[in-house]
Design a binder for this molecule. Structure first.
Ligand SMILES: Nc1nc2c(ncn2[C@@H]2O[C@H](COP(=O)(O)OP(=O)(O)O)[C@@H](O)[C@H]2O)c(=O)[nH]1
Ligand SMILES: Nc1ncnc2c1ncn2[C@@H]1O[C@H](COP(=O)(O)OP(=O)(O)O)[C@@H](O)[C@H]1O
Length: 205
């Protein structure tokens, strides 16, 4: 049987909704899925390591990556650039492994144009008040940046309609279980599974 290409999952949603937290919890569960590491011009936060949370780049280095078409997508977000290195995504999918991207909404929509067969999951906060208190609680942003992120968040929630699934991040475990259910469901879809059986089915389709 032909080896299928892996499935690209894109987890997106407003800043502070818990994308990083949920992705980290998923990683701890050792799912059979690969996590793409993004490039960014943002300064590392306490404890962040180059090549683990992000590839930390200067603006010049980042612009070179865009110029050399090394990014699947990129976006400027609250004053910094973020982008997904394309090589890792393509080679991992070619090996038949699933990949998950954790990216903001503008980038997710760019990926949708390039990989319409990808699975787009929008993580939502239980409420806007809860979203603000998560951003404040994380304590990594100044008051101005928090207001900025909240107004970006409202515009982003508008764009939920372009996604395949919406997952509310009320409890981390519950959100992880919903995402795992989506991954399982997508692997069971006939349009994904059928090409694998084409040799067996021959020409009598
Ligand atoms: N478009 C795009 N967004 C990214 C990428 N990597 C991270 N992001 C998003 O950039 C936003 C800001 O990330 P970060 O500065 O780490 O803050 P945090 O996610 O709010 O903790 C988040 O919404 C991330 O999901 C990427 O490669 N491309
Ligand atoms: N389900 C949840 N319940 C309560 N707090 C959460 C939950 N998910 C995330 N958080 C908290 O919200 C804050 C923002 O989460 P983070 O993962 O950094 O968001 P994002 O990556 O979407 O910007 C963090 O302080 C995190 O601990």
């Amino acid at each position: 049987m032909e080896k299928e290409r892996g499935i690209l999952f894109v987890l997106s949603g407003p800043s502070g909704v818990g994308k990083g937290t949920v992705c980290k919890a998923l990683r701890e569960q050792k799912l059979d899925i690969q996590y793409s590491v993004s490039a960014t011009t943002r300064k590392p936060r306490e404890g962040e390591r180059h090549g683990v949370e992000y590839f930390f780049k200067t603006k010049e280095e980042f612009l070179d990556m865009i110029e050399n078409k090394q990014l699947l997508e990129w976006a400027e977000y609250v004053g910094n650039y973020y982008g997904t290195p394309i090589e890792y995504v393509n080679s991992t999918l070619d090996e038949g492994k699933d990949v998950i991207l954790e990216i903001e909404v503008q980038g997710a929509l760019q990926v949708k144009n390039i990989f319409p067969e990808g699975v787009f999951i929008f993580l939502t906060p239980p409420s806007l008040d809860e979203l603000r208190s998560r951003i404040v609680g994380r304590g990594t942003e100044t008051e101005d940046l928090i207001n900025n992120r909240m107004s970006v968040a409202k515009e982003e929630i508008e764009l939920m309609r372009h996604y395949d699934y919406s997952v509310v991040n009320d409890e981390i475990d519950a959100a992880c279980n919903r995402i795992k259910a989506i991954i399982t469901t997508e692997h069971c879809r006939v349009d994904r599974v059928r090409p694998k059986y084409e040799k067996i089915l021959g020409d009598d389709k």
